[in-house]
Design a protein around this ligand. Sequence first.
Ligand SMILES: *[C@@H]1O[C@H](CO)[C@@H](O)[C@H](O)[C@H]1NC(C)=O
Ligand SMILES: *[C@@H]1O[C@H](CO)[C@@H](O)[C@H](O)[C@H]1NC(C)=O
Ligand SMILES: *[C@@H]1O[C@H](CO)[C@@H](O)[C@H](O)[C@H]1NC(C)=O
Ligand SMILES: *[C@@H]1O[C@H](CO)[C@@H](O)[C@H](O)[C@H]1NC(C)=O
Ligand SMILES: *[C@@H]1O[C@H](CO)[C@@H](O)[C@H](O)[C@H]1NC(C)=O
Ligand SMILES: *[C@@H]1O[C@H](CO)[C@@H](O)[C@H](O)[C@H]1NC(C)=O
Ligand SMILES: *[C@@H]1O[C@H](CO)[C@@H](O)[C@H](O)[C@H]1NC(C)=O
Ligand SMILES: *[C@@H]1O[C@H](CO)[C@@H](O)[C@H](O)[C@H]1NC(C)=O
Ligand SMILES: *[C@@H]1O[C@H](CO)[C@@H](O)[C@H](O)[C@H]1NC(C)=O
Length: 327
Amino acid sequence: MAVALSRLLVNGVLLAIPIGASLGVLFGIDAYRSNHGQAALFSGDTDGTGSGGSTGSSGSTVTNNGVNSTIYCQLSYGITPASKGEQFTLNPNQWGVTDSTSGALCMNITTFNNETYPTKTTAPEFSVTWQFDPGPETAPVHAFPNIMVDGVLPIELEKMTEIAMDFRWTYGVGDTPAESTNTTDLTANSANFNVAVDMFFDSDKTAAQNSTKAKYEVMVWFAQVGDSTQPNGNQTTTTRKLNGTTFDLWSGTNDVDQYVLTWVATNVTDTFTGDIYPLITDLYELSGDDYPSSTDYMGIFSYGSEVFSSDKNVTFWSPKLSIDIQK
Ligand SMILES: *[C@@H]1O[C@H](CO)[C@@H](O)[C@H](O)[C@H]1NC(C)=O
Ligand SMILES: *[C@@H]1O[C@H](CO)[C@@H](O)[C@H](O)[C@H]1NC(C)=O
Ligand SMILES: *[C@@H]1O[C@H](CO)[C@@H](O)[C@H](O)[C@H]1NC(C)=O
Ligand SMILES: *[C@@H]1O[C@H](CO)[C@@H](O)[C@H](O)[C@H]1NC(C)=O
Ligand SMILES: *[C@@H]1O[C@H](CO)[C@@H](O)[C@H](O)[C@H]1NC(C)=O
Ligand SMILES: *[C@@H]1O[C@H](CO)[C@@H](O)[C@H](O)[C@H]1NC(C)=O
Ligand SMILES: *[C@@H]1O[C@H](CO)[C@@H](O)[C@H](O)[C@H]1NC(C)=O
Ligand SMILES: *[C@@H]1O[C@H](CO)[C@@H](O)[C@H](O)[C@H]1NC(C)=O
Ligand SMILES: *[C@@H]1O[C@H](CO)[C@@H](O)[C@H](O)[C@H]1NC(C)=O
C-alpha cells in the first residue's frame, strides 16, 4: 500500500477521491495453483467456504437435460470446466475479503455435460451475486470474479492480429439475473462496481503470466458504476472509438508499482461485438516507460466485474461471451 498511502498524504485533492481500482493481485497466482493441482492460498478455505464474509454454501448443483449449474462461493480457487473448445478458468477471486469483511459473493457457473459449446471460443454462462459493505478508502475492492482465457497465452503483442469479443451482460439489484441494466436503480442502492477486461503485459514471458509481477496491467472498462469506482491515475488525451463505443485512456500506477493503463467506455456498454486489439496497439504507439512496447508479451486475459460495495445483493450475469485471441 506504500504508493497509494503516500499519494494520499502528499496530495490533498486525492484525499477526497477513493484510491483507484487495483485488480489482479491474487487471481493469477491462484489460477496457476489450481491449474497445477495446488490448493488455494487462503488457509482454512479448502472446504470451499470463505473464511471472511463468504458464508454461502458451495457446490449445490442442478442438472437438467445435460446442463449443470453449480454455485461456488470459495475465495480464490479457480474452476476449469471440461470443454472441447477453448479452455476457460472461472474464479470468484475474492482477494480483498478479510476476516472483518461484511458481505458475501457466490458464482453460478452453467456448464454443458457434453462439453460442447456453440462455438470453439464460447464461454460457459455464469452469474455472480454479491453484497459487501464499503471497505476502507485505501482498499475499497473486495473481489474480481472473472473468467480467464487458458492455453493461448503468452503471446507477443505484435504477433497478435485480433482480439475478437462478442458479449452481452446485465447487472441488477437482487439475487437473480436482470433482463437489462438499470444504472439508476443500482446507484440508488449504492452499488459500486465495474465490468472489465483485465490483462497483464511484460517483456518477460513468465512475468507476464504473473498478475503481481507483470510490469503493466491494462484494463478495458465497459461500465463504471458508483463514485468509488475510479481508474488509477489520471485521464490522458487519448481516446479510441471501436464499433460505436468510445474509450478514454487513463494512466497511473497501483500499490504494487505496476503501470496501470485503463480504457474507460464513456457509456455503459452491455453489448459489444468487435476487435479490441487496437486498444493495445494504441498503447505501444505512445512513448515513455509508462506504456508497453510491441515486443512485450500478454500473459493474462480475463473478463469480469471488479466488486467494491453495495447496500443490497446485486447480480452480474454473463449469458453471452466469446473471446477469440488470434495470432
Ligand atoms: C446474497 O448473496 C449471497 C452471495 O451470493 C448469498 O449467499 C445470499 O444468500 C444472498 N442473500 C439473500 C437474502 O438472498
Ligand atoms: C450440448 O449440450 C447442450 C445443452 O444440453 C445442447 O444445447 C447442445 O445442443 C449440445 N451440443 C451437442 C453438439 O450435442
Ligand atoms: C456439475 O459440474 C461440476 C463442475 O464441473 C462437477 O464437479 C459436478 O460433478 C457436476 N455435477 C453433476 C451432477 O454432473
Ligand atoms: C444458476 O444459473 C442457472 C442458469 O441461468 C439458473 O437456471 C439457476 O436457477 C441459477 N441458480 C441459482 C441458485 O440461482
Ligand atoms: C430504473 O430504476 C429506477 C429506480 O429504481 C426506477 O424509478 C425506473 O423506473 C427504472 N427504469 C426502468 C426502465 O425500469
Ligand atoms: C508472482 O510474483 C510474485 C512477486 O514477484 C511472487 O511472489 C510469486 O511467487 C509469483 N507467482 C508465481 C506463481 O510464480
Ligand atoms: C495526476 O495529476 C496530478 C495533478 O496534475 C499529478 O500531481 C499527479 O502526479 C498525476 N498522477 C499520475 C499518476 O500521473
Ligand atoms: C454517453 O457519454 C457521453 C459523454 O459522457 C454523454 O454525453 C452521452 O449523453 C452519453 N450517452 C448516453 C446514451 O448515455
Ligand atoms: C459492430 O456491432 C454490431 C452489433 O452492434 C455487429 O453486428 C457488427 O458485426 C459489429 N462490427 C464488427 C466489425 O465487429
